[in-house]
Design a protein around this ligand. Sequence first.
Ligand SMILES: NC(=O)C1=CN([C@@H]2O[C@H](COP(=O)(O)OP(=O)(O)OC[C@H]3O[C@@H](n4cnc5c(N)ncnc54)[C@H](O)[C@@H]3O)[C@@H](O)[C@H]2O)C=CC1
Ligand SMILES: CC(C)CC(=O)C(=O)O
Ligand SMILES: [Mg+2]
Length: 370
Amino acid sequence: MQTEKNTKKILLLPGDGIGPEVFGPVRDILEHLVTSGHVRLEWEEGLIGGIATDRTGLPLPPDTIEKADRCDAVLLGAVGGPKYDALPYEKRPERALLGIREHLGAFANLRPARLFPELAGSSTLKPEIISDLDLMVVRELTGGIYFGKPRGIVTDQGVRRGINTETYTEPEIARIMRVAFDLARTRRKKVTSVDKANVLESSVLWREVAVSVHKEYPDVELSHMYVDNAAMQLVRNPKQFDVLVTGNLFGDILSDEAAQLTGSIGMLASASIGGKTGLYEPIHGSAPDIAGKDIANPLAMILSLALLFRYSLQREDLAGVLEQSVQNVLKEGYRTTDIQGAGTKKIVGTREMGSLVFHELKKVLENSQR
Ligand SMILES: NC(=O)C1=CN([C@@H]2O[C@H](COP(=O)(O)OP(=O)(O)OC[C@H]3O[C@@H](n4cnc5c(N)ncnc54)[C@H](O)[C@@H]3O)[C@@H](O)[C@H]2O)C=CC1
Ligand SMILES: CC(C)CC(=O)C(=O)O
Ligand SMILES: [Mg+2]
């Protein structure tokens, strides 16, 4: 095990709905890692989303931005909920999410869809289709239609019109392509670039830049796929993919689909990198349908903390310990309801799953010191 020279600082933003619930084990895990001397780390908490609007009138208060700027990494739960759905866009919790991603410059969103072998019987897909699945979705996160201007709802001669703009610049495409090619070099050296170049000019440029950047990576294979076909191929034969790189909107949609290949959206973690500070969050939302019921799966949240150790703190050892702890708990047959299936010995709630992983983590750490 390594130790840190300098104390690192992280910001915790639990957010709304199941966000604070799945965050439960995070503080215990951090506390234990610090008190047992495995890492020198401090953390503070902040507000984001609906809860921030309730308490301060703003979904992304300046205090949260200031705290994020003093930290080495940010860990976020989820934002949003029906209570806030009627708010104008600038006041919505989701605006805060886009705002913090943009502020941190976190343009590369890595969403690793890796199937724990123990969950091969938990997906709605046949085990032979998903066994050994290990695909990385690289989603462009600070451009595209979520940020393009003009946007809004205007009234034109008495008729209301909703407008959004899909736009990508050459440098925006080139930098996300480099992230995808660099990652592919550490994996199976295959990049599939997903676009809609048969219809959209932004995708025509996307494809041209992909081809041009690819010249820097002759050892990596590049192929292109239209997004409608990619959505179908993901459930037909997902193991054909290694790194799948795409824009903000397509990546948002395809990564929820990829999550189901791993058993549940409650399993998929994400790392948003490329800017001054990394941002780590499960890919799921605030799940208002199950919030407050102690049934949400906290594993995507815990695995996001593992990614924080891997990408922002360069602590591959601790990332591995967390991932091993999750796997051991699954091996013992514990499941939240969303991942029940073959191999389930006991259905547990959010709190119990969190505490099982926490206790397993202590064991894994002890064993690693022997
Ligand atoms: N990163 C974020 O903060 C995101 C926020 N949202 C927001 O979340 C709210 C709900 O959006 P939805 O479209 O329903 O997406 P969602 O991801 O919150 O939920 C989709 C479905 O997956 C289930 N689910 C999600 N996370 C789960 C977990 N950890 N364990 C077990 N089941 C889980 C939910 O119960 C629901 O049936 C909206 O306000 C939306 O804008 C949506 C996606 C991402
Ligand atoms: C507000 C949305 C862009 C959040 C989302 O669905 C995501 O990032 O996956
Ligand atoms: Mg999404």
